[in-house]
Design a protein around this ligand. Structure first.
Ligand SMILES: [Cu+2]
Length: 231
């Protein structure tokens, strides 16, 4: 009996491996280099984490993105760090306050709206993001603090390395939109079609916006008061 059971298990594993290999062979890979263009001057170098990329418009049955790590955005020197992050839907971001002053974290972005309240130095609050899309995050105390989070509904997303290169693997064949996000350049969308097993190169250019950052309102929908005297 034991030998039959062992052989059955071996067959199941062999079948699983073959099916996985076939499934992987049918998927494609998208990779390329991201360049940041400054219309008013010299090209700015990109740093890893400055850009996130994801595929939109996937109609094939896809697995839910895995939540395989802790996500943290700190408040430090009156700014969020990092200011741009991509997370799988259902993930929680922790917002520790590393400053010796009070901060708040809030968003009024649709169904991802939240308000973590005001809190002083410490591990801070967390929030779980259950709806896909862009989430603009601010501090109700300091107008200049801002961060952008993209909540992904599929596992096909990535970031760039220190050279500006990205790679997204395991993509089912089809036509999609590659979206690249940068805090000061906004977003760039490019159409892409992948056939089974294809490894396609798609380079992305992001143009920096001119002028100051757009103003935003506080969590009550009102303009910010000058907070320098109070904090
Ligand atoms: Cu603040």
């Amino acid at each position: 009996m034991g030998r039959i059971l062992r052989e059955s298990k071996t067959w199941v594993w062999t079948l699983f491996s073959v099916c996985s290999a076939i499934a992987f062979a049918q998927t494609g890979t998208l990779h390329g280099k991201v360049t940041l263009i400054d219309p008013g001057g010299s090209d700015e170098p990109l740093e890893a984490g400055d850009v996130v990329l994801y595929l939109d418009g996937i109609n094939a049955p896809i697995p839910q993105p895995l939540i395989d790590k802790a996500y943290v955005i700190s408040t430090k020197d009156k700014q969020f760090f990092p200011q741009l992050m991509i997370i799988p839907s259902g993930a929680t971001i922790q917002f520790p306050n590393l400053d010796p002053i009070i901060h708040n974290v809030f968003s009024v972005s649709g169904q991802n709206r939240f308000d973590a309240g005001r809190y002083s130095k410490g591990e801070g609050k967390g929030h779980t993001f259950s709806h896909s899309g862009l989430v603009r995050i601010y501090c109700n105390v300091h107008h200049a603090m801002n961060a952008l989070v993209y909540v992904a509904e599929n596992p096909f997303f990535g970031t760039i390395d220190t050279e500006g290169n990205y790679e997204i693997k395991g993509i089912p064949p089809g036509s999609y939109q590659l979206v690249a996000l940068h805090l000061r350049a906004g977003q760039e969308e490019m159409k892409v079609t992948l056939v089974a097993g294809e490894r396609k190169t798609l380079d992305v250019e992001l143009k920096l916006r001119k002028g100051p950052a757009k103003k935003h309102l506080n969590k009550y929908g009102k303009p910010y008061k000058n907070s320098r005297k109070r904090y």
